[in-house]
Design a protein around this ligand. Structure first.
Ligand code: HEC
Length: 363
């Protein structure tokens, strides 16, 4: 949903900047403030949330190494745990220094045209993203670092400024060069609190607010993205990811487990290896025992965790009065009722609270 990206990003970045300046930002409670459960969960829901939180933090291992309970990492992957990129369910960061390795940034790859179900066409040798790590005996796909080009400019009053344009440099590519037709798109890991509320907004309410040409002149425009949903086997409105390429949180979690960590599941029986990657395919075949590496139960727990992640409350020393993720709700979904599977807080008469009411109740 570009709509969401365009609408939300300026405020989110301003609030993140404020958070960094806030006294107490480094306190323990502030550190954990992105990974708290929504208030008002039942004991059963809270237990499911905690189970999901543990799987979110869990480091996974290659088959035959480490804890066999959590085997299935790779053959190629980017990070061994969800929390490696979404640290404490917060956002990742792009590299700040020239030549610094990418940690929580994913490089999506593709070539022109459309693939199955109208999705972007994956690169023939590297698939839909570059996996920079691999298990023993399998080559990793390659690495990327970033360089910054300076781009000078001038404000209206003549004051000079300089912007930095990132240039992504691919090296140690294990298969072919990417080729001239290849396209790449860097994506930093977003913060996760509040995603359950975004999943719970009715599709019709989102579509009603799509304003592709900014006809209402409020400076916010966006168009909905319709994506293939492997769960329902239909096209649905995309909601998650910077370009709204996943329809729901379960699909997003299963997609992340597969694409970023190499874990197969019922939605992605795998393996993750594009055609030229023979060692990858052989390793996957040797490890396969017919069972999904991320079981349906664990995927459900991960989804419950994401759905019930509360937006952070006020910091103890009080420099900020509004929670960060909720600002998304406020900007373009203020006063929308939420529908769907989230167990959201209810008002005094038991009726679901509207998004705006929930925001006010947290200030
Ligand atoms: C290698 C880093 C990395 C790992 C590991 C990772 N993610 Fe992500 N995550 C990202 C990036 C980057 C995005 C944005 C993707 C996009 O725009 O397509 C994202 C997006 C998401 C979103 C959507 C957030 C939003 O606001 O739209 C959710 C939910 C999510 N990840 C959950 C998970 C879960 C659950 C796991 C573990 C199974 C996981 N992620 C593992 C990097 C990672």
């Amino acid at each position: 949903m570009q709509l969401r990206l365009l609408a939300v990003w300026p405020l989110v970045s301003a609030l993140i900047a404020l958070l960094c300046l806030a006294p107490g930002a480094a306190s323990e409670s502030a550190r954990a403030s992105f990974s708290q459960p929504l208030a008002g969960l039942s004991a059963e829901q809270e237990a499911h949330f905690l189970e999901g939180a543990a799987i979110f933090r869990q480091r996974w291992f290659a088959h035959g190494e480490g804890d066999p309970e959590f085997a299935g990492l790779g053959p190629t992957y980017i990070a061994p745990a969800c929390a490696a990129c979404h640290v404490r369910a917060g956002r990742g960061r792009p590299p700040t220094r020239q030549g610094e390795a990418l940690r929580s940034l994913v490089i999506r790859l593709g070539i022109p045209g459309r693939g199955a179900h109208g999705a972007p066409r994956p690169h023939p040798a590297y698939g839909d993203q570059l996996r920079s790590r691999a298990i023993a005996g399998v080559p990793s796909e390659g690495e990327v670092f970033v360089e910054y080009d300076a781009e000078p400019g001038q404000f209206g009053d003549g004051t000079a400024y300089q912007l930095r344009r990132p240039v992504y440099v691919f090296f140690r590519l294990a298969f072919l060069q990417l080729g001239d037709a290849a396209m790449h798109s860097p994506r930093v890991a977003p913060a996760l609190p509040g995603v359950g509320l975004l999943e719970a907004i009715a599709e019709s309410d989102i579509l009603a607010r799509a304003d592709a040409e900014d006809a209402d002149g409020d400076g916010i425009s966006g168009r909905p993205n319709h994506v293939w949903d492997p769960l329902s086997g239909t096209h649905r409105l995309g909601r998650f990811g910077w370009k709204a390429n996943q329809a729901g949180l379960l699909q997003q979690a299963a997609g992340a487990a597969f694409d970023d960590m190499g874990l197969t599941s019922a939605l992605h029986p795998g393996p993750t290896c594009p055609p030229p990657q023979r060692a990858c395919r052989e390793a996957a075949a040797a490890a396969a025992n017919g069972a999904a590496e991320l079981s349906a139960e664990r995927l459900a727990a991960l989804t419950a965790y994401l759905r019930h992640l509360a937006a952070p409350g006020r910091l103890s020393q009080g420099a900020i009065s509004r929670p960060i993720a909720i600002c998304c709700c406020m900007i373009w979904a203020r006063d929308l009722p939420t529908v769907g599977p989230i167990s959201r807080p209810t008002g005094a008469n038991g009726a679901p609270r509207r998004c705006g009411a929930w925001v006010r109740s947290r200030q």
